[in-house]
Design a protein around this ligand. Structure first.
Ligand code: 3H9
Length: 669
């Protein structure tokens, strides 16, 4: 088996099968063929009494090879290999390190015994790919780990720790962190006398009622997704069907999900997210600059949230404000946020102190002199930003990266206010910045490759999904938001209500619609603040104090619990503006709302690509999934646009008089 990723060796009476298939030991065809051959070798050799399955490299099998899902199947299939291991008359022991995920977890369930290092994690994340464990996992897990754990693992998709696995019976023994192979061989010898223990022959453990309770408790989280319900149904089937019938049920559901649009979308996003980290035209030879200390200018909501990302990752932050009370308020909010996480059990109290201990509040920009990266998060005004960057230019050490958190402004203009435009770029965080996963890294005309690589690298370190954007108004995300907002407002003039437009978006799978979003963000953002100057609906709302949720009223009225209800005052304003504009009110269909608010976003995406402001269509999808809550099961606006079909989108856009992007038109043929 010279070219095989699988090798075997014999240690006395134990045969060790080792996989070495970087980077994550995915269970591709060559691995399956090798595993099968390894088992045969063990069964054919009378001297072998037990088998250990283990992996080299950073992890145990991280699952089926997802890239194979769209290719013709190659035998032996994973479920067949797993069945053969389970049927072995010689005990088979899985030796787990890293992450045993998906098909990898299912391999361990086909083995008779499991030993893991304490740092290992075991999980069935298929649900996050719109799938379910399709190699027996939904039927074996309830037998080995119990119903409650099985339903949580399969429908929730989060892995469990080795110690939790030990507690529930998914792991039999913990190995030494650095002695897994030796410990597994010793454990295998212990298992020889016990003999094989096929999971399929074990009774299902636990209380079937926990399934319904779990489904109920998570109904909101699963809204719109197909896979969680299918996972739940399969675990439930295990509680009442004989093993083989349960497997047939699992297979049927797996194939249904695999052929469906949701899984295609979720798999697309899995690869899109990883692809986004790659920068066109910059090779592996470009090294990032070291970032040991970060400066943040502005201790408001954004600056505080941004700082927390670094503090949580153990990177010291110097935070600057102009006035002491604002500084105290900002750092106070940060502490409160950490303490709230600790109260929910997400952090240990000492971690709160650790993070806050890395924070240096100051009123002096000069204190940023030793920072490797400075992020400006002040008021969105070009002149102010230019002034700050001019000062940073004189204060910061050579090679420090100077970033702006601007959401719209021209990074090149900001860079031009320094003598080192090669060190300037945008780092556009999304609010709340300590929570939202997206980071748009804006590459200026003169941004140096290693500065860009540094920003992308540090983003990963703080747990963000970063996408490279070019300089244009609103970059990728906010630029695409604009045509949606403009059209949504026009629809109100023509007879739609805020609730109707929002409902179409929520039914589509968005967390909220355009008007709910305005109310949450603040209707007054960017308002000129003159209540006597009323030129549009927004001015009229703001003049009446309808600034959104924060004032208890915006496009909707809100009660103390922030539950929205339609507002007669807003309707009167809308009617007034509609009458003035001469718009004729009519019945607006949900279909028209989709065509006029979502199709223009797709169109804008094509324009962004034509102008080279995004590297690839999938990056745009990543922006909308991680920054704006576009439903992942719809794969992002560009993926969704392809599913709708370019022809349909173009026809819809033309029907409503939009100028269609050339590349989109070309695609429609
Ligand atoms: C399944 O198992 C179905 C079965 O139930 C039924 C079958 C019948 N396949 O994430 P990283 C690539 S479904 C192919 O950056 P990390 C990834 O694209 C599967 N490729 O590393 C990337 O490539 P590139 C269930 C895969 O250290 C590279 O490996 N399993 C797969 O941050 C490094 O990945 C899962 O859903 C794969 N399965 O995280 C687990 N996995 O360098 C999916 C990764 O070209 N994987 N790649 O961009 C993960 O969650 C993470 O990769 C892992 C490592 C935690 C393992």
């Amino acid at each position: 088996m010279t070219d095989s990723p699988i090798s075997t060796r014999i240690d006395g009476d134990v045969l060790i099968i080792t996989s070495n298939n970087p980077p994550v030991n995915a269970l591709g065809a060559a691995v399956r063929i090798g595993l099968d051959a390894g088992l045969k070798e063990a069964l054919d050799n009378d001297a072998v009494q037990a088998v250990v399955v283990r992996c080299d490299g950073r992890t145990f099998f991280a699952g089926a090879d997802i890239t194979e899902f769209t290719k013709p199947p190659v035998e032996p299939m994973l479920n067949v290999v797993i069945d053969r291991f389970e049927a072995s008359p010689k005990p088979v022991i899985a030796a787990i390190h890293g992450t045993a995920l998906g098909g990898g977890c299912e391999v361990t369930l086909g083995c008779h015994y499991r030993i893991a290092v304490p740092s290992a994690k075991i999980g069935t994340p298929e649900v996050k790919l719109g799938l379910l464990p399709g190699a027996g996992g939904t039927q074996r897990l309830p037998r080995v780990a119990g119903i409650e754990t099985a339903v949580e693992m399969c429908a929730g998709g989060s892995p469990i720790s080795a110690s939790k696995a030990l507690e529930v019976g998914l792991v039999d023994k913990l190995a030494g962190e650095d002695s897994l192979e030796a410990d597994a061989i010793a454990f295998a010898r212990e298992c020889i006398a016990k003999g094989p223990r096929p999971s399929r022959e074990m009774p299902v453990k636990g209380d079937p009622a926990s399934i319904e309770a779990y489904a109920k408790a998570n109904a909101k989280k699963f809204r719109g997704f197909e896979a969680p319900a299918a996972n739940i149904a399969c675990v439930e089937a295990a509680t009442r069907l004989p093993f083989d019938e349960g497997i047939a049920f699992e297979r049927q559901n797996f194939m249904k999900l695999m052929m469906g649009a949701q899984s295609a979308a979720q798999r697309h996003i899995f690869f899109a997210e990883r692809q986004a980290a790659k920068i066109d035209g910059i090779g592996d030879d470009v090294n990032p600059r070291p970032v040991k200390k970060v400066g943040v200018i502005g201790a408001g909501t954004m600056g505080g949230g941004i700082s927390m990302n670094f503090l949580s990752a153990g990177i010291p932050v110097t935070i600057v404000e102009m006035k002491q009370d604002a500084l105290d308020r900002g750092t106070g909010v940060m502490r409160k946020n950490y303490e709230a996480s600790a109260a929910k059990g997400r952090l240990k109290p000492e971690q709160v102190e650790q993070a806050m201990g890395l924070l240096t509040p100051t009123l002096s920009l000069e204190d940023l002199a030793d920072c490797d990266l400075v992020i400006e998060a002040v008021f969105e005004q070009m002149e102010i930003k230019k002034e700050i960057f001019g000062k940073l230019d004189t204060i910061c050490k050579p090679g420090a990266i100077l970033a702006s958190n601007t959401s719209y402004l021209d990074i090149d203009e900001i860079a031009a206010s320094t003598s080192r435009p090669q060190d300037v770029l945008g780092m556009h965080f999304f609010s709340p910045a300590n929570v939202m996963k997206l980071l748009e890294v804006v590459r200026g005309d003169k941004t140096a490759p290693d500065a860009l690589v540094t920003a992308m690298g540090i983003a990963k370190k703080i747990g963000k999904v970063a996408v490279v954007a070019g300089v244009c108004h609103g970059f990728i995300g906010n630029r695409m938001l604009m045509p949606r907002q403009v059209e949504a407002m026009k629809l109100l003039m023509e007879g739609a209500t805020p609730a109707q437009v929002d409902k179409v978006h929520v039914d589509f799978g968005m967390p909220m619609g355009p008007f709910q979003m305005s109310d949450l963000a603040g209707v007054d953002i960017g308002w000129h603040r003159d209540p006597n100057l009323i030129e549009n609906v927004r001015d009229a709302l703001c003049a009446k104090g309808r600034w959104g949720q924060k004032t208890g009223k915006g496009f909707y009225d809100y009660d103390e619990k922030r539950t929205p209800s339609p507002s007669a005052e807003v309707q009167a304003i809308l009617d007034d503006f509609a009458a003035k504009s001469g718009a004729v009110k009519r019945e607006i269909s949900d279909e028209e709302i989709v065509e006029r608010t979502l199709y223009p976003m797709v169109n804008e995406g094509y324009l962004i690509l034509e102008e080279g402001k995004a590297q690839r269509a999938s990056d745009i999808d990543v922006v909308w999934i991680y920054g704006y809550g576009w439903p992942v099961y719809r794969g992002g606006p560009m993926f969704w646009g392809d599913l709708e079909g370019a022809k349909k989108i173009v026809a819809g856009l033309e029907k409503h008089g939009f100028a269609v992007a050339k590349s989109l038109k070309a695609k429609a043929g």
